[in-house]
Ligand binder design. Structure first.
Ligand code: GLN
Length: 492
């Protein structure tokens, strides 16, 4: 593996500025690494021609001293539920086979304006429903730390592309944990910003009141560059927020001095892997060493989060997915009857997990059950949010595990949906509350698997997440250590 692939985005930018590197060289390195580690299945589609064209344009700009941003000429990847003009987008589903979007998502427009080179689209659980990237119509993605294990999900492809040094950064989406959990399982940083911080315009909708896009990176300075390039108000998204976006590049680890960090007791109980627990406690100690005060707190409604999430997310999914009729893309069934064609096409086009969600969501919204399930779930959602509101009266930040366990074996949870749903038990309450959270790598298990910690900040306080994570980054080089599979088939 070439040392260039270990560069930071700022380091790459500096080498473009002094002329010692060209964006096309970087692209070549990335494409070679993608080929070398292809067996991990991170990408569903490469856009070699588009990436080459963009890298050549960046070459020109760098020669003229006209680079647009630190991201100019930097190869990145996008989860395949973020739509890209002219580049097929399937969201892991057969029902979107052949769908070539006529426009870019706002976050893609912003990345292109910054000069980023979009190398391709990464694998995900179908419509982002899942926690292992095994529910994809295009095959499973594997964990570069141990390819017999899952990378987490649903943004598994984006996490692996970064962990395996295929690209310098990537974007995923997080509805209940889909950025944070795969980041944790693959040993990289993953940020889910406050709901409304990054435009949802052009994301393939799963559960609109929860969906939020965000970046993956191997270093916090890279994460900051990626986040800043796309964050901020977008008139095309009605839930986008006009709040100013403070610059996380200005953060330092000294920001932790005097801050109070809550450790919610509900997250450190049964079902937690002991190695995950000790990694989180060690991370708390690091924050303490950096001048923070660690206090135990309680978020009493946490135990309702899983059921609340699966009522609300499936209800919204059943409504969002009603638009797929199979008439324009995907496997159109052959019938002369329109209703039959649609029913059959949906039957063939959706995978089993998506069907399960549509059925559940339709049920909880149906007459007679709406009040008992959906309306009640909305009330409990408010109670969960109020837990956080109350706790943040007293603490500045919270620290929890990201995932209760390290990466599990491929196939281990496929036949048990509830076991799969439990993978997100630590991330779901944050999503229901719309809070910003960051997963940071804080250790390796005895089996050599990454262990992650989740930092949770009050609404719009992403910079606080960076301040605390900088403390971790100074204490562990984990995210900067390449996983074994990054060297696969590499003779050098
Ligand atoms: N695993 C959760 C689900 O399947 C979360 C997925 C996500 O955040 N997109 O709904």
């Amino acid at each position: 593996m070439n040392a260039l692939l270990e560069q930071s985005i700022h380091g790459l930018h500096a080498s473009y500025l002094d002329g010692s590197r060209r964006p096309t060289d970087t692209l070549d390195e990335c494409l070679a690494q993608i080929e070398r580690t292809e067996a991990l299945g991170a990408f569903v589609r490469l856009d070699q021609a588009g990436a080459r064209r963009d890298a050549e344009a960046a070459d020109e700009r760098s020669k003229r001293g006209a680079l647009r941003s630190p991201l100019d000429g930097v190869p990145i990847a996008l989860k395949d539920n973020i739509i890209t003009k002219g580049l097929e987008t399937n969201a892991g589903s057969k029902i979107l086979e052949g769908f070539v979007p006529p426009y870019d998502a706002t976050l893609v427009t912003r990345l292109r304006e910054a000069g980023a080179v979009i190398v391709g689209k990464t694998n995900l659980d179908e419509f982002a429903m899942g926690s292992s990237t095994e529910h994809s119509a295009y095959g499973a993605t594997k964990n570069p730390w141990d390819p017999s294990r899952v990378p987490g999900g649903s943004s598994g492809g984006s996490a692996v592309a970064v962990a395996a040094r295929q690209v310098y950064g990537s974007f995923g989406t997080d509805t209940g944990g889909s950025i944070r959990q795969p980041a944790s399982l693959t040993g990289v940083y993953g940020l889910k910003p406050t709901y409304g911080r990054i435009s949802r315009y052009g994301l393939v909708a799963y559960a609109s009141s929860l969906d939020q896009a965000g970046p993956f990176a191997r270093r916090l300075d890279d994460l900051a560059v990626l986040y800043l390039a796309v964050a901020g108000f977008d008139p095309k998204d009605a839930t986008s927020h006009p709040e100013a976006v403070p610059d996380p590049n200005a953060c330092t680890a000294s920001g932790m001095a005097g801050l109070k960090v809550g450790l919610p007791s509900e997250y450190l109980t049964e079902g937690l892997d002991p190695e995950v627990e000790s990694a989180v406690r060690l991370a708390a100690k690091w924050l303490e060493d950096a001048g923070a005060k660690i206090v135990p707190i309680s978020l009493p409604h946490t135990r309702y989060a899983l059921s609340t999430y699966y009522l609300i997310a499936t209800a919204e999914a059943s409504s969002n997915l009603a638009r797929y009729d199979g008439l324009r893309y995907g496997p159109r069934a052959k019938s002369t009857d329109l209703a039959r064609t649609i029913v059959e096409s949906r039957h063939q086009g959706f995978g089993a997990e998506v069907k399960r969600r549509i059925l559940l969501g339709t049920f909880v919204l149906s007459a007679g059950y709406y009040e008992a399930y959906y309306a009640r779930a909305q009330k409990v959602r408010t109670l969960i949010r109020r837990d956080f509101e109350a706790a943040f009266q007293d603490v500045d930040l919270m620290l929890t595990p990201t995932s209760p366990v390290p990466a599990f074996e491929l196939g281990a949870r496929l036949s048990d949906p509830l076991a799969m749903y439990l993978a997100d038990v630590c991330t779901l309450p944050v999503s229901l509350s719309g809070l910003p959270a960051l997963s940071a790598p804080v250790g390796l298990s005895s089996a050599g698997l990454p262990l992650g910690a989740q930092l949770i900040a009050p609404w719009w306080q992403e910079t606080r997440l960076f301040e605390a994570a900088l403390v971790f980054e100074a204490r562990t080089d984990l995210a900067q250590r390449a996983p074994p599979a990054a060297y696969a088939a590499d003779s050098s």
